[in-house]
Design a protein around this ligand. Structure first.
Ligand code: BG6
Ligand code: MG
Length: 223
């Protein structure tokens, strides 16, 4: 029977609702270029790296700029994003995230972060939860973006665990694909329609507190 020995968490959209701040900053950037950027457009940026997100945004606005201008635009967006995060605090964590991390610690499950964000350390610091992670693999530690499994494989290795005993918690389709490509079980956080391929889905980590006992069984039967 499958037993989860390692839990690897995506950050944005799983632990904390930072998507709204990413959106505000991208929208502000698009406005500067003279086009609108909608929440529907923003869906496509979930789990995607900063520079790839910029390319998608420019595509949506039918704009083409030089590599140097891209660097300037991405830095501007990030500065605004960090400005919005200044007021971020532990109570901004998504429902059940803190409690579930605590629960796993108490049960001796090793816990890692596997995020595309280069702001992960800053965000964990603002939330005051750095100490709950045995390993942190973020956007600075990887060269290939999700759906490449690099971030999750590095997280499993940092926990000294085989991918086959790890469960990834992800809210993006690219992240679900990355976890499966890495040979891990994956719990989708969000709607099953948007996360095909996930072994099971929950609406938020609070649900995991109730499902915890059944989870190993559910994942086991999923193969
Ligand atoms: C992912 C987010 O976690 O991190 C993306 O889902 C974001 O929206 C990406 O673009 C990179 O984040 P950052 O903080 O390095 O710009
Ligand atoms: Mg995410």
């Amino acid at each position: 029977m499958f037993t989860m020995q390692g839990a690897i968490f995506d950050l944005d959209g799983v632990i904390v609702d930072t998507a709204k701040y990413h959106f505000l900053a991208w929208k502000r950037l698009a406005a500067g270029f003279g086009f609108d950027f909608t929440e529907a457009d923003n869906e496509r940026l979930k789990g995607v790296s900063r520079m790839r997100s910029l390319d998608i945004l420019l595509e949506a606005g039918r704009r083409s700029i030089s590599e140097t201008e891209k660097e300037v635009a991405a830095a501007k967006k990030n500065a605004w994003y960090l400005e919005y995060l200044e007021t971020l605090k532990q109570t901004d964590m998504l429902p059940g995230a803190l409690e579930y991390l605590d629960y796993l610690k108490n049960w001796g499950v090793r816990v890692a972060l596997g995020s595309a964000s280069k702001n992960a350390a800053f965000i964990l610091g603002r939330l005051g939860i750095h100490g709950l992670f045995d390993a942190v693999i973020d956007g600075d530690a990887v060269s290939a973006a999700k759906p490449d499994p690099e971030v999750f494989l590095k997280a499993a290795a940092a926990l000294s665990l085989s991918p086959s005993v790890c469960v990834v918690f992800e809210d993006s389709f690219a992240g679900v694909q990355a976890a499966k490509a890495g040979g891990m079980k994956v719990v989708g956080v969000g709607s099953p329609e948007l996360l095909p391929g996930a072994d099971m889905c929950v609406s938020c980590l609070k649900e995991m507190l109730f499902k915890a006992r059944d989870m190993n069984h559910t994942l086991d039967s999923h193969g």
